[in-house]
Design a protein around this ligand. Structure first.
Ligand SMILES: *Cc1c(COP(=O)(O)O)cnc(C)c1O
Length: 379
């Protein structure tokens, strides 16, 4: 962009997101801090119970973050060196890193451009004798296509793990996110709908897996006949009780927060009309953690980001093409042309503000700024 075309300094500042923390949430957290019972106590148990109910799961185990819960989901299955885990090629990097933390190798599979989720039609070709699990991501709060994925996992007797970091409260045909596979992992990072600062919750139907999660989260400690035994070289993945209190207090408002997000997303879908912007698919049960546009030529992702920021509008890339990131490029030596959709989503995607504190005036400003983006001449 030439200096002459640069827009004036923004008169307002609209963040990409603001966590929905109310005074009552802060009071709930402060009460725990005052009590002096700081680590993994009754508030962690209450948060687990609340997430268990939201997802309709049999068991929920809270941990220090959503990467720790992904790691626990793999470690509890005994997945380690020599094993492969299938992951989507487009996600936040933690999806693949958790597989590496377990000692295994992530095997990338391209996504569907319409959903930004793993393409079920491409998974089977990635299965080898070393495959030990399929990890799907519900990117941006939209659930991956669970029916064919569960059928495929069943046919190959592979556990399906849901990285539902962005998808608390999402559903698909009545199935809540986190409930379809052997494990569902949620993040409570401030980027997500409900936050504990740092935090994660893992849900499962399997009592033995839940017990393993609890043991591995707390230094490998197991209670046998009332005696403490160290049965595994576990981790310290505990959550603090004041973090749990913060998230638990917000969780009561989850239905309202989801309703506001769905309304904001509906406004964007109805009113963004730029010919170079492709809107995300509106599907029932979408939790709308992120609103992610695709920029088509001759407009570029860089141009959109520059113009939005100049107008005071927070924006960012939605997620990354994982095999193209430095570590995975060196360890996997993939050709990025193997993942054309993940590559396109990384190169053309832009996330725009979506959170319950976005005012109608600010949303109008975002929509107007997008719709009036000049179309550059085709080079
Ligand atoms: C946020 C996120 C994670 C990691 O969660 P943390 O709580 O930040 O560790 C993992 N996977 C996906 C898809 C995410 O969006």
């Amino acid at each position: 962009m030439s200096a002459a075309a640069a827009p004036p300094a923004p008169s307002r500042s609209i963040p990409l997101l603001i966590p929905s923390i109310e005074e009552e949430d802060i009071a709930a957290m402060a009460a725990v801090v005052r009590s002096g019972n700081l680590v993994q106590g009754e508030k962690v148990a209450a948060l687990e119970e609340a997430v268990r109910q939201v997802t309709g799961s049999a068991h929920a185990v809270a941990a220090s973050n959503g990467t720790a819960t992904l790691h626990l989901s793999l470690a509890a299955l005994g997945i380690g060196p020599g094993d492969e885990v299938i992951v989507p090629a487009f996600s936040f990097i933690a999806t693949a890193n958790a597989v590496v933390h377990a000692g295994a190798r992530p095997v990338f599979v391209d996504i569907c451009r319409s959903t930004f989720n793993i393409d079920p039609a491409l998974v089977e070709a990635a299965i080898t004798p070393r495959t030990r699990a399929i990890m799907v991501v519900h990117e941006f709060g939209l659930m991956a296509d669970m029916e064919p994925l569960l059928a495929l996992a069943g046919r190959h007797r592979l556990p399906l793990i849901e990285d539902a970091a962005c998808a608390l409260g999402a559903t698909q045909g009545g199935l809540p996110a986190g409930r379809g596979g052997v494990a569902g992992s949620f993040s409570l990072h401030p980027r997500k709908t409900i936050t504990s600062g740092e935090g994660g919750v893992l849900v499962t139907e399997d009592p033995e897996l839940a017990e393993q999660y609890r043991i591995l989260r707390n230094h490998g400690i197991s209670q046998r006949d009332g005696r403490m035994e160290f049965v595994a070289p576990g981790y310290n993945y505990r959550m603090t009780d004041f973090q749990a209190a913060l998230a638990l207090s917000q969780l009561r408002r989850l239905p309202d927060m989801l309703a506001v997000r769905r309304q904001l997303a509906a406004n964007y879908l109805a009113r963004i009309s730029h010919p170079c912007l492709v809107l995300p698919a509106a599907r029932e049960g979408h939790a709308w953690q992120t609103f992610h546009l695709m920029v088509e030529p001759p407009l570029s992702q860089e141009e959109v980001i520059t113009r939005l920021r100049a107008a005071g509008i927070g924006c960012n890339l939605g997620a990354q093409c994982l095999p193209a990131q430095d570590f995975y490029a060196r360890t996997h030596r993939h050709q990025v042309r193997e993942f054309p959709q993940a590559w396109a989503a990384w190169q053309q995607g832009v996330a725009i503000p979506l959170h319950p504190r976005l005012s109608p005036a600010d949303q109008d400003h975002i929509i107007q700024t997008l719709n009036s983006l000049p179309i550059p001449p085709r080079s």
